[in-house]
Design a protein around this ligand. Structure first.
Ligand code: CP
Length: 343
């Protein structure tokens, strides 16, 4: 019997234990990749990748992950399919799910990905919405496990996110508090994580331990940080707000060498990328010895392999080789008869 249909839309839909199990799979499939021995678990399977916005890491990591697992990915670029414009989201989801084994979707509105889920008969993976970015943060916590001080347990790790309350900030706040870690968001009051997010994070803390701090005191925020993380200060559609945002964040919330010097020596710098070099972070930090941004990016690939192996592989029908041979022989017979008819 095929495994139950499950989607990957929000880390909050999963327990701490299950997220840790998925990270074990990330570790295993990273090791397999390094040995050139990635198992072809998804042979013959297809992934439909819907993008309403451009992407480098999410697109490349999902597509390469499918290839490495023996499957195939279709890049449905922004504006290329009818989704929600000339066709309802329901019709798109119903049709695509009859043809592919899994859907990845980056949508402008979180509701769009939820509508896809409601009408899809195959797993849907959230590749970023205006609310969250769950595949990114599974990768991020896995990267923190690799780079934390070896004698520190995950629940002793301090993560400080500096900057705007972006979709990545939201997901990172959720997963860190689910893990029982110490999460701080440092931003001007106007750009701090909204109360609704903080309520979810505090409920996580009540279950798993850890702490949540939201502050405008960036120097205090980095004092105990093992990881300092930032993201863009503005995104597509926020162009009119750039002067206000620049005034609010610059220079106090820029991650530069002077801010990094206020953190413990072991502090590492992370960024989901793309970055605006010289804006939310300087070149010296991006390219400096404490930066782990490219290890973090590479781990997107291993994370997507693990998510696909976890949610899709158990659902695939693996045919008995004798059944395949029977169908091949039937097609050969068909051609033989067709040739006799035309000769
Ligand atoms: N971090 C991230 O999601 O990058 P892309 O926008 O390039 O996919």
């Amino acid at each position: 019997m095929a495994a139950a249909l499950r989607h990957f839309i929000d880390t909050q839909d999963f327990s701490r234990e299950e997220l840790l199990r998925i990270m074990d799979l990330v570790c295993l499939l990273k090791e397999a990749d390094k040995a050139g021995a990635c198992p072809r678990l998804l042979q013959g399977a297809s992934l439909g990748m819907i993008f309403e916005e451009p992407s480098t890491r999410t697109r490349v990591s999902f597509e390469v992950a499918m290839t490495k697992l023996g499957g195939h990915a279709l890049y449905l670029r922004p504006g290329e399919i009818h989704l929600g414009k000339r066709e309802s989201i329901r019709d798109t989801a119903e049709v695509i799910s009859r043809m592919v084994d899994v859907i990845e979707a980056r949508t402008l509105k979180h509701k769009t990905v939820l509508d896809l889920v409601a009408n899809s008969t195959v797993p849907v993976m959230n590749g970023l919405t205006d609310y969250n970015h769950p595949t990114q943060v599974v990768c991020d916590v896995f990267t923190m496990m690799e780079h934390k001080l070896p004698d520190k347990s995950l629940t002793d790790v301090h993560v400080t996110f500096v900057g705007d309350a972006t979709n990545v900030c939201s997901s990172l706040m959720m997963i860190c508090t689910q893990m029982g870690m110490h999460f701080t968001h440092a931003a001007p009051v106007r750009y701090q994580a909204p109360k609704a997010w903080q309520d979810i994070a505090r409920a996580n803390i009540a279950k798993s331990g850890g702490t949540l701090t939201v502050t405008d005191d960036v120097n205090a925020a980095v004092k105990d940080a093992d990881f300092i993380y930032t993201d863009l200060w503005w995104w597509i559609g926020q162009e009119a707000e750039i002067p206000d945002r620049e005034r609010a964040f610059m220079p106090k919330y820029q991650v530069n060498e002077s801010l990094l010097a206020r953190a413990p020596a072991q502090a590492k710098f992370m960024h989901c990328l793309p970055a605006s070099r010289g804006v939310e972070v300087t070149d010296a930090v991006m390219d400096g010895p404490q930066s782990i941004i490219y290890d973090q990016s590479e781990n997107r690939l291993h994370t997507e392999k693990a998510l696909l192996a976890y949610f899709v592989y158990p659902r695939l029908k693996i045919a008995d080789p004798s059944a395949i041979a029977r169908y091949r022989s039937a097609v050969d017979d068909f051609h033989m008869r067709a040739t006799e008819l035309v000769s």
